[in-house]
Write a protein that binds this ligand. Structure first.
Ligand SMILES: [Zn+2]
Length: 270
């Protein structure tokens, strides 16, 4: 039976330099574990192809890597004012490739709206401007990172106003009308496409992992055609029966907090 874990990291999670409070420390150690356990890393697009073509091989062990919110540290190394030098996720991926010779790919789900990212600088990252879009195109061209859609403004709880009819905050399941879905999803895709030459966004990650019946059963399958799959934060493996609009993911810091925690998740695979 096909079972593929999709793992999620946040490069802005830097509250120290230990596994449990720094996703960079966790990511680097997790790559070693994944390699040691014999996993092959596939891209989200390969995962979706496997699901669509029902082409899962039961012999190979696959894992898929995703990053949420799209802070600069997905791509750029950064000298953190309190916690020192932080190697970016991409740098770690390049090191991994150089050391193991194995293929590696990840997907960054980014927040589209420039104003929202400017506001998050103050509300989420203590004035550090780490929410830029200048690296999106280079990342895409690196062949190791794909940029995909994490909504217009994340309906983020710290924003003064979100671009929704009822000013929804902190609850993406409230995006349950065509108008709000069009703004939060289709307009976000259009903006990201405008930043990256030749890009055509086709994947979406639900902010906070929140979804609803309207998006899953109506909007995605019938009212739009650009997005081909959407990712939640439900801690389960992807199987042959996974709904393309409800692809589950395990989230670092929420579903596991140590190497051993990740090992335990991976060992649940039958
Ligand atoms: Zn998010």
């Amino acid at each position: 039976m096909m079972q593929i874990p999709v793992l999620t990291y946040h490069s802005n999670n830097v509250d120290g330099n230990e596994y449990h409070n720094n996703d960079h420390v966790a990511f680097e150690l997790d790559l070693q574990l994944i390699s040691k356990l014999g996993y092959e890393i596939i891209s989200t697009h390969e995962l979706v192809s496997i699901l669509k073509e029902k082409a899962g091989s039961s012999k190979k062990k696959y894992v898929c890597l995703t990053f949420d919110d799209g802070s600069d540290m997905d791509y750029h190394d950064w000298e953190h004012p309190f916690h020192g030098y932080q190697k970016s996720f991409l740098t770690m991926m390049q090191d991994f490739k150089n050391e193991t010779g194995q293929n590696i790919h990840a997907t960054s789900f980014v927040i589209a709206d420039p104003q929202t990212r400017a506001e998050l600088t103050n509300t989420c990252t203590a004035g550090y401007p780490i929410w830029n879009s200048d690296w999106w195109e280079e990342a895409e061209n690196s062949g190791m990172l794909s940029i995909e859609n994490h909504s217009w403004d994340h309906v983020h709880s710290t924003l003064k106003n979100t671009k929704t009819q009822k000013n929804i905050k902190g609850d993406f399941s409230g995006v349950d009308s065509f108008l709000d879905a069009k703004t939060q999803i289709a307009e976000a895709s259009r903006f990201i496409n405008s930043v990256i030459v030749g890009k055509k966004i086709s994947l979406f990650a639900y902010p906070y992992g929140h979804f609803n019946d309207y998006l899953v059963k109506q909007y995605f399958p019938y009212e739009q055609s650009e997005i081909i799959a959407a990712f939640t934060c439900e801690p389960q493996f992807v199987t042959q029966d996974t709904n393309l609009w409800l692809i589950p993911r395990f989230v670092c810091g929420s579903h596991w907090k140590s190497s051993n925690g990740l090992r335990k998740i991976l060992q649940m695979q039958s």
